[in-house]
Design a protein around this ligand. Structure first.
Ligand SMILES: [Zn+2]
Length: 283
């Protein structure tokens, strides 16, 4: 992780419409350690970009689709029990999606986040973005918050009442303004960003090395993201190369002459500086 993104190489890219020239990241080496803060950030951008690339087609096929943001939690557990808890939560989710209340959901993206409790415990929870028909927000298939709590309690076989948050993704429209497609798109973008953000806060890793090392052990080989229904494979989670992470925020448009300007991370200064020795000439 210490060497992650140590050298960055940028290339000039000219936008075809405006003729504007800008430097775009073209080459970098990422460590790909799951909880690495740099990699988590690039991965989140990449998934968001893929989600938004797939969205127009999905919306075209389901023009009435609405979106619900669901957060499912359990009580904090000790960090040593995290693996077991994640297994139980995955089983709980599998039961939940088979319940009749969940059946109208046409697609979902679910991520796992683990935060650190002040007492050194672990707080694992799910963030899920559900694509639903309008009837699920107001109408025959409506599921109220209290029912989501019952469902999650039941599916998790808990003997206490867990915290469950459910919110429809709604555009915030300034007073007097008309609802617009843009405002809705923006609200969805925020919900997607919230769902696909980091799974472990960088601060939680550095505050307590023991907690972070144990988390790494407990989370080993466990998936922290899952998709289903019409959103299945929308993130293409198994496709992740350095090139994918470089182009995380969309592919660079325009001509590429192959020339590269290098920057490297200076540990003592804690910043990137130009490193001309690493430059590459135009092809
Ligand atoms: Zn990394």
């Amino acid at each position: 992780m210490a060497d992650c993104g140590g050298v960055l190489r940028f290339g000039w890219s000219t936008a075809p419409e405006t003729g504007e020239t800008a430097l775009r990241l073209r080459e970098a080496h990422f460590c790909r350690v799951r909880h690495c803060p740099v990699c988590q950030w690039r991965r989140s951008l990449m998934w968001q970009a893929r989600f938004h690339q797939s969205l127009p087609k999905i919306v075209q096929e389901h023009p009435k689709a609405r979106w619900v943001f669901l957060t499912l939690t359990v009580r904090n557990c000790s960090i040593g029990e995290l693996g077991e808890m994640l297994t139980a939560m995955n089983a709980g989710w599998q039961r939940l999606i088979k319940r009749k209340e969940f059946r109208p959901v046409s697609g979902w993206v679910r991520t796992t986040e683990v935060t650190r409790g002040a007492d050194g415990s672990a707080h694992p929870h799910f963030h899920a973005l559900l694509m639903v028909p309008p009837s699920m927000l107001a109408g025959s298939n409506y599921v109220k918050q209290a029912r989501w709590v019952e469902l999650w309690t039941d599916c998790m076989r808990l003997d206490y009442v867990p915290v469950v948050d459910v919110r429809a993704v709604k555009a915030t429209i300034p007073e007097g303004a008309k609802p617009s497609l843009d405002a809705m798109g923006f609200a969805l973008q925020r919900a997607v960003a919230e769902t696909l953000k980091y799974s472990v806060k960088p601060g939680d890793m550095t505050d307590d090395p023991y907690w972070f090392l144990e988390l790494t052990r407990q989370a080993h080989k466990r998936r922290f993201v899952a998709t289903g229904g019409v959103l299945k494979n929308v993130l293409r989670v198994d496709e992740e190369t350095d090139a994918d992470l470089v182009m995380a925020d969309g592919s660079a448009e325009g001509e590429d002459d192959g020339s590269r300007l290098a920057f490297n991370w200076r540990e003592t200064e804690r910043r990137y500086r130009r490193a001309p020795n690493g430059d590459k000439p135009a092809r």
